[in-house]
Design a protein around this ligand. Structure first.
Ligand SMILES: Nc1ncnc2c1ncn2[C@@H]1O[C@H](COP(=O)(O)OP(=O)(O)O)[C@@H](O)[C@H]1O
Ligand SMILES: [Mg+2]
Length: 300
């Protein structure tokens, strides 16, 4: 099993510094590692991007760890690696399934806030979608990311029927996302969650959330989602979320779950496991050790 990492922007022979500790932990825990150029792949130079990756004699499984890619770029990456006999754990369809919220929404619909979405960012379409939420509070994000650290300016809308406010927040959101806007925007009903603290820098409200990582449909690890705030010992009901995970069309993904203020849990979002960040609190060595155990188990 190979783990394929982003290179550093300044030196294409070394790993991107943000992933250095993961790179070392992967090696220490029995994985082979490879490095490719993220910049080259984004520029469409797939052969150059993968030039330091050795071709395997026979097909081997790979996991990517690095920055998020659009599904289009991921497909080029996936196919380029296949030519070198490396098959990434998720094919392009599986990658997109957890990367874009609309793709997997039906699978989590009962446990996640009511959501709608569009690729049309005109005023009419913004107001048409927001009106479906009556006068409830909502949040806006794109198919992948929110502007959560600009909570009051570009994420949280206190009342969906306040048209001026809806337009103000969505326009600010679109402006801040700029070229990084993924596909379109999504509105979601805001759910009151158990409050932990305010983020020390952005002041966004941090609530009791966890990131559960599933590999081959089995839990690898559960992390506190935030690095700030006092989590008590309470953890989400893993069996419950494990059952939902069975229906998710991906071999490696994250499920972020949050505790509601009045009890009960919701699924906040899914993400592809290859591009999901580990919280700072995550012990990298333990994580790669668990990943390896899971891989060994599933190879038999
Ligand atoms: N529907 C919601 N109800 C309550 N809080 C929400 C809701 N959606 C997002 N949040 C808060 O905003 C944060 C970011 O939202 P998320 O969908 O995870 O976007 P991102 O991909 O940017 O992390 C969540 O971790 C949560 O704290
Ligand atoms: Mg999130």
């Amino acid at each position: 099993m190979k783990i394929i990492f982003n290179d550093s922007v300044i030196d294409n022979k070394i790993v991107e510094p943000d992933y250095e500790s993961e790179f070392n932990s992967a090696k220490e825990n029995g994985f082979e590692t490879e490095i490719f150029s993220f910049e080259e792949i984004e520029d469409g130079n797939i052969n150059n991007a993968l030039k330091f990756i050795k071709t395997c004699e026979k097909i081997e499984l790979g996991i990517y760890r690095g920055w998020m890619m659009t599904p289009k770029i991921y497909e080029q990456f996936y196919n380029g690696l296949l030519k070198k006999n490396i098959q990434l754990i998720n094919n392009p369809t599986e990658y997109k399934h957890c990367h874009y919220l609309p793709e997997s929404y039906d699978k989590i619909i009962k446990e996640t806030p009511k959501s709608n979405w569009t690729k049309d960012i005109s005023k009419n379409s913004i107001l048409e979608l927001s009106s479906e939420f009556g006068d409830k509070p909502i949040i806006v994000k794109d198919y992948v990311k929110s502007e959560k650290h600009n909570w009051n300016d570009a994420c949280f809308i206190p009342n969906a029927s306040d048209k001026n406010k809806v337009l103000e927040i969505v326009n600010r959101f679109i402006e801040l996302r700029g070229d990084y806007l993924n596909e379109g925007f999504v509105f979601r009903e805001f759910i009151e969650l158990e409050f932990l603290t305010e983020h020390s820098k952005s002041k966004m409200p941090l609530t009791k959330e966890f990131r559960i990582i599933f590999l081959n449909k089995k839990v690898v690890q559960i992390f506190n989602y935030w690095d700030e705030g006092n989590y008590d010992s309470e953890k989400p009901d893993i069996d419950f979320f494990q059952n939902i995970a069975e229906n998710i069309e991906s071999n490696f993904f994250t499920m972020d779950v949050a505790k509601k203020k009045n009890g009960g849990w919701i699924i906040m979002e899914l993400g592809d496991g290859q591009v999901a960040g580990l919280p700072d609190n995550a012990n990298r060595n333990k994580y790669y050790n668990e990943l390896n155990k899971n891989c060994v188990e599933h190879r038999v």
